[in-house]
Ligand binder design. Structure first.
Ligand code: SPD
Length: 380
């Protein structure tokens, strides 16, 4: 089944985000002029957890005098429930592109006035053109970071449980019930979101990952029911520390989060070695987008913050801290080599060939996913 992001996948697969942009010039640079005084000196931001540098907010506050209230979530479903139920109280939110697309249709975002941005030209125009397939004219959002959904694992513990031939380059590691049963003893985590787990299960089973066909979806559900006894917990952020501390040995998670776990394990110096892999069968890729909800009270400040995030040095600082890729081509020369050369962050040509984007789920499929997920987690 085709959906509208196919061309975007093709673009990223062609190496735009990594190689080409890495060589890009720095013509469109920072508009680092001091921010004009804002009427009300507050800003309410709702972003993913573990998704900003330590000093990003503090530097913005210092420069502008705007006090930022910064709250975090770890699931598109949680953010969407808030957006759909009316005024969120937030001035900036960060849905993933496929969720943003249906939220735009539901009319929850303000149209952006791009003439208010000094740094918009730092964004890769080809990337923007393709994101526009889900946000016409890039009218409602600017890209923040992008990544993949794959497997994070503790190298020694997985080897201990499954031997030298453990299939660490394959979804078989976590989607074959007999493998997962052997990993159960050292701790197994899955992301707590059906929209990120059902598609890769389908891909592993040789089905169309974005199928809306109930019978096809049921195949993934049946496989997940077989795996369920071996899954320690479902959560979409706890796995970072648990993996770093050795409390779990394998997780399905997001690229940069697992690379953060790797860094935390290295810093702890206890000999825990963490790896992230994009399985050879292919994996989801996604894009998180910054948008201003209708009803936002501090719109001027939201514009200042979005423009600040588009500065190359600010975005490079975020990338270097959270280990995700961005669409800011002017930032690339300031991104650490270790990030640019990490195939978990900027996938190899071979890995790119297997990446797929997630479909915008129609409401009935969304409800079906939620129903199956509740049953899977609670047994009811
Ligand atoms: N800790 C930050 C993780 C951000 C993940 N975004 C998820 C996108 C899912 N499609």
């Amino acid at each position: 089944m085709k959906h509208r992001l196919t061309a975007l996948t093709a673009l990223v697969l062609a190496g735009l985000a990594a190689g080409c942009a890495r060589d890009a010039g720095t013509d469109a640079q920072s508009g680092a002029e001091p921010a004009p005084a804002a009427a009300s000196k507050v800003l309410n931001v709702y972003n993913w957890s573990d998704y900003i540098a330590e000093d990003t907010i503090a530097n913005f506050e210092k420069e502008t005098g705007i006090k930022v209230t910064y709250d975090v979530f770890d699931s598109n479903e949680v953010l969407e429930a808030k957006l759909m139920s009316g005024n969120t109280g937030y001035d900036i939110v960060v849905p993933s592109l496929t969720f943003l697309s249906r939220q735009i249709q539901a009319g929850v975002f303000q149209e952006l006035d791009k003439s208010r941005f000094a740094n918009y030209a730092n964004l890769d125009p080809e990337f923007m053109a393709l994101l526009a397939q889900n946000d016409p004219g890039n009218g409602h959002a600017i890209p923040y970071l992008w990544g993949t959904t794959g497997i994070g694992y503790n190298v020694a513990k997985v080897r201990e449980a499954l031997g030298e031939d453990a299939p660490v380059d394959s979804w078989a590691l976590v989607f074959e019930p007999e493998n997962l049963a052997k990993l159960k003893g050292c701790g197994v985590a899955f992301l707590d979101t059906p929209s990120e787990i059902i598609p890769p299960v389908l891909r592993y089973l040789g089905e169309e990952p974005n199928s809306f066909d109930e019978a096809v979806i049921q195949k993934a559900v049946d496989r997940l029911a077989q795996l369920r006894p071996s899954i320690t917990y479902f959560h979409s952020s706890q796995y970072i520390n648990d993996l770093a501390n050795g409390d779990i040995c394998v997780t399905i998670g997001w690229s940069g989060d697992i690379i953060q776990a790797q860094a935390r394990a290295e810093e702890a110096g206890k000999g825990v070695e963490i790896s992230y892999v994009i399985p050879k069968e292919g994996a989801p890729m996604w894009f998180d987008m910054l948008a201003i909800p209708k009803g936002a009270r501090n719109v001027d400040n939201a514009y200042l913050f979005l423009d600040y995030l588009m500065r190359p040095e600010v975005m490079a600082g975020v990338q270097n801290y959270v280990a995700y890729a961005s669409a800011n081509q002017a930032a690339l020369p300031m991104v650490d080599e270790a990030i640019l050369n990490d195939p978990g962050i900027y996938p190899t040509e071979e890995a790119k060939a297997g990446l797929f984007t997630l479909a915008v789920l129609p409401p009935e499929v969304d409800r079906l996913f939620t129903r199956h997920w509740t049953t899977l987690k609670t047994g009811q």
